[in-house]
Design a protein around this ligand. Sequence first.
Ligand SMILES: Cc1cc2nc3c(=O)[nH]c(=O)nc-3n(C[C@H](O)[C@H](O)[C@H](O)COP(=O)(O)OP(=O)(O)OC[C@H]3O[C@@H](n4cnc5c(N)ncnc54)[C@H](O)[C@@H]3O)c2cc1C
Length: 474
Amino acid sequence: MKGDLDAVVVGAGPNGLAAAITMARAGRSVLVLEAATSPGGGARSAELTLPGFVHDVCSAIHPLAAVSPFFASVPLARHGLELLPFEIPLAHPIDGGRAGLLYQSLDDTAAGLGVDGRAWRQVIGWTAQRWDRVAPAVLGPVLRPPRHPVTLAGFGLRAAPPATWVARRFSTDEGAGLFAGCAAHSFMPLTRPLSTSFGMMLAASGHRANWPAARGGTGAITRALVDLLVELGGEVLTSSPVRSMADIPRSRAVLFDVTPRQLLAVAGDELSGNYRRRLERFRYGPGVFKVDYALREPVPWTNDGCRRAGTVHLGGSVAEVAAAEHEVARGRHSQRPFVLVGQQSLVDPSRAPAGRHTLWTYCHVPNGSDVDMTEAIEGQIERFAPGFRDIVLARHVAGAGWYEAHNANNVGGDINGGSFNGLQLLFRPTVSLHPYRTSNPRLFLCSSSTPPGGGVHGMCGFHAAESALATVLR
Ligand SMILES: Cc1cc2nc3c(=O)[nH]c(=O)nc-3n(C[C@H](O)[C@H](O)[C@H](O)COP(=O)(O)OP(=O)(O)OC[C@H]3O[C@@H](n4cnc5c(N)ncnc54)[C@H](O)[C@@H]3O)c2cc1C
């Protein structure tokens, strides 16, 4: 690219690419600088175990991409992206061979939950049926006048209590567990206010759009975003870490797909003292420990629904899931952790050689943990799928340190760009009417450290680019 650029984006994660596409679509020249040797951040795939086994290095299951207004606004299918639904998006097994099953159909889910069908309709169905009015407000900055204030107030009232309270509305372990597992995606103790909001939004997104996986691996999302950006005239330079402002070519705006800690390291001198101090107070959340498996055959789940589910949440009863998350919040490692499992190869044969399968699993650990959780994860899988260890061909293990080395945004293994506890759930990186702006009118933050936070949805990047287009690039 010749001459001064309109915008440089630092980091080619889903949010950085969404910001760059939004710029390019508006006719602005844009260059993306990515530290790693390939673009994608938390949206990559690789043969981590054996040749022919394609694993999702980070994100795997994409309800948020499926419901994202940004993703809906770009022609990614034309660039090869196909999101594959599962017959059963989510299963939550309970000891004794039982399981709560989430189908895309609310009616089928309620029918399957039996006596808890009514509670599921009240807790999750309410949001699912009002999705178009709730989601736009939840997927953007909070301090913006909502278009449907009454519905949003209704959502807020329902989402405010701790998940452990709301779980009491269910009378079976299957119903309560299915809900609590969704809430545990928040990385918050389930006894905290607003932990329910995650459970409601994630479960409702399953009814709205399934919990799909990308054909060929999550890297297909990144390839489609990069192809589209290049088609629109943008450019991505990999192996280009930005360590200081001197590494950034002249441009009218810079959008950072990084977390506050890196923004301070790169651009601290360009920010006001007050804004710097506010960023220094930004808190990071727990980390992850992940194991990817190459399998000889599908997992021998005791419960048949689990054999057909894209995602399986392992943790048992609400009390157990809550206890495991509570341990992590207190800086300890649970020996019976809440484990998230992805079975992408069930619907995507391209993930493994004929007849073979991949398995994606991770659990939450304290930030910066260096404890090996492989045994604990496999203990939970064996609990609901005896004989699992016998079908393992190879495993790839990655702890919190591995994730931070892989991507500087994963501070201490935190995969959400910062904790969701307290005010940071709603206001990130600081309490502000304009969360994407910094104290420097030329510099913006566009990562998951801004609203609406973690996940592959591109909404942070989209909103940040809109903010730059409305101000310095007007
Ligand atoms: C193990 C794991 C499982 C996950 N599972 C899911 C899931 O199933 N579904 C889901 O929706 N989400 C999931 N996520 C979360 C999701 O991947 C992230 O929330 C999302 O990728 C955040 O996007 P981002 O663009 O804000 O940041 P990132 O994806 O982290 O991208 C940031 C990019 O910036 C680059 N960068 C950082 N610093 C610099 C610098 N100084 N100079 C140049 N480049 C820099 C990084 O290398 C990286 O490529 C998971 C994440 C992990 C790690």
